[in-house]
Design a binder for this molecule. Sequence first.
Ligand code: ZN
Length: 73
Amino acid sequence: MEKGEDFRFEKFSCPRCKSKKMIRFTWESGAELECTECGERFDEEDLLTIDDPSNILTVKEKLAFIRAFKKSD
Ligand SMILES: [Zn+2]
């Protein structure tokens, strides 16, 4: 997997609503894509590595999951 290749960007569609209108935000640690249709955000890493869109969690869902996990410690 090449790093920082934007050519894949056009291939992304929202895992939730299938919109191709995704805005890309980059951070030092990676990138997130925000869907302009449904407003959900996804880790670019997940879109690149997870083939089944139904297995991709939104950033919010992931944070909630991590929080729930930490509470159960
Ligand atoms: Zn969407």
